[in-house]
Design a protein around this ligand. Sequence first.
Ligand SMILES: NC(=O)c1ccc[n+]([C@@H]2O[C@H](COP(=O)([O-])OP(=O)(O)OC[C@H]3O[C@@H](n4cnc5c(N)ncnc54)[C@H](O)[C@@H]3O)[C@@H](O)[C@H]2O)c1
Length: 331
Amino acid sequence: MDSVGWGIVGYGWVARDYMEPGIRAAGHRLVAVCDPDPASRAAAEGVGARGHADLAGLLAEPEVEAVYVATPNHLHRVAVEALAAAGKAILCEKPMAATLGDAQAIAHAVESKTIFYGTAFDQRHHPAHRAIRAQVEAGRLGTVTAVRIVYACWLGRDWSEAGQPNWRIDAAQAGGGALMDLAPHGLDLVDFLLDEPITAIAALTQTRAQDYAVDDGALLIGRTAGGALASLHVAYNCPDALPRRRLEVVGTRGLLVAENTMGQTAGGSLTFIDGASGRAEPLAFDAESSPFTEQVRAFGSALRRPEERAAWSAARDLQTMRLVARAYGHG
Ligand SMILES: NC(=O)c1ccc[n+]([C@@H]2O[C@H](COP(=O)([O-])OP(=O)(O)OC[C@H]3O[C@@H](n4cnc5c(N)ncnc54)[C@H](O)[C@@H]3O)[C@@H](O)[C@H]2O)c1
């Protein structure tokens, strides 16, 4: 009963490299995909799923209970609206949409039909991040004063991980650049770790090192409802060999440092530094399970047990999109 039958709309990089292995590792089944690209459908068929060129074919699959949407950002809305109309549970990739208007339409579509919907903020499910949340909740850090995040990569004009066109450098398809792509993870993660949302935000963007028009870097500062500060440095212009994935949670009694945990893969490290002695203590977490596997498990569990669905919220994710819009100076 616990093995969920999944469909995927958009079988490109993230779906192939992270979601399909996550579905398998969680003991669920990938039943079918929908993708207009024959090579993407062939990749899905190679792992035992049925390929459909259009959404109607996927919707006609009775075994598909939950659908993961992983198309380029500007196509999230049309897929979610159709899936909601068909009554499917939906896990939609971040950012919720390419525009705030589309995100509002998504929230409306799933709320008006009472669809189980989640935005795929996989980093909520990284075992190290769950451990940080537990430490914060237990008061180990004292009063949390700040969260500092660096989440960066190198994304050149020709970047492509699954042979797809680089839609990320086209504002019409992506909705923005590095800020739109990478900052939603950090904004959502602060909410998850501290159990309170960011309510105030400001940002500066740059178009500095890459030869395309969307922002290739941004610094964001925010403040949560309770007064903790957040800083995020996100970038497409940081060489991948440099340290570029770091999360720190600072409190009056100590500091938690997570390195190489932000991202799609398992592992990384987590260290507690005591505020009185300065002593560093490595903290253990499940370093084998990826955030995608854990996300599939959590979504599948909530699909079966509606009382767990409060952890997923289209309204909260829409608020994150509002923060992104404000960070860009819109709205
Ligand atoms: N959570 C994460 O860590 C993470 C990581 C990577 C990407 N993402 C998100 O996942 C989404 C996909 O990113 P990607 O890098 O895998 O992109 P990609 O370009 O590699 O794959 C997109 C796929 O969508 C398909 N597609 C295009 N139009 C379609 C349509 N109308 N219907 C169905 N399929 C269609 C393409 O053929 C392609 O196979 C984006 O929203 C991105 O922001 C999230």
